[in-house]
Design a protein around this ligand. Sequence first.
Ligand code: 3PG
Length: 231
Amino acid sequence: MSERAKTAEIVRAADAKSANSGEKLAALDRILALSPVIPVAVVDDAAQAVALGRALLAGGIAVLEITLRSAAALPAIRALRAELPELKIGCGTLRSPAQINSAVSAGAQFLVAPGAPPGLARALAEAPVPALPGAATPTEMMQLAALGFARQKFFPTESAGGAKLLQAIAPVLPELRFCPTGGITEQSAPAYLRCPNVACIGASWLAPPPLLRAGDFAAIESRARHAAALR
Ligand code: 3PG
């Protein structure tokens, strides 16, 4: 390997370790561009998660966030990675560094957290896959930006200021892009997608627990098709 190639390798390795810069940022941007809406789901078991994944793909959505709010989350992520390699799988509701390790070991390709206290933010920055740490105020957004997070989850969006807050901070923090999540509906989604600093939104309306429990994957596929067409 030439000296120049070695240097490039070292820079890439350093990049990969820091927040979402370099290759991690590019990988994250590719994920955020997959769909106007990242479906957020709480699943009951791995088979249900795989059926959900198939319905989303059939409806034109190739990304899914499985939240760590049920015991089935990690087995579901493992099964989704094994059975649906064309679907990008994120792990959400991360609250501790230990959970990050479990999520990555299960195969999560991106990480999502509702907030970002310092220990969690550092662990997300050092994780081998990209992350969307949560922020609700300009100060939290700036703290995460200082750690290198140019993409963040804005949560809980509707109660923290909604599209108006995003519009207000766009000229002030122009380098940041957000995935607003929390209380967004199919009706309110277009206003978010029009914000210049919104990469995509996150929402549970595509695959809410009642539809998952009823096994109504045709309805989920139909919701996915509508959501995919929002932009
Ligand atoms: C979540 O973590 O559950 C997301 O914020 C989804 O929010 P929603 O249910 O309001 O869409």
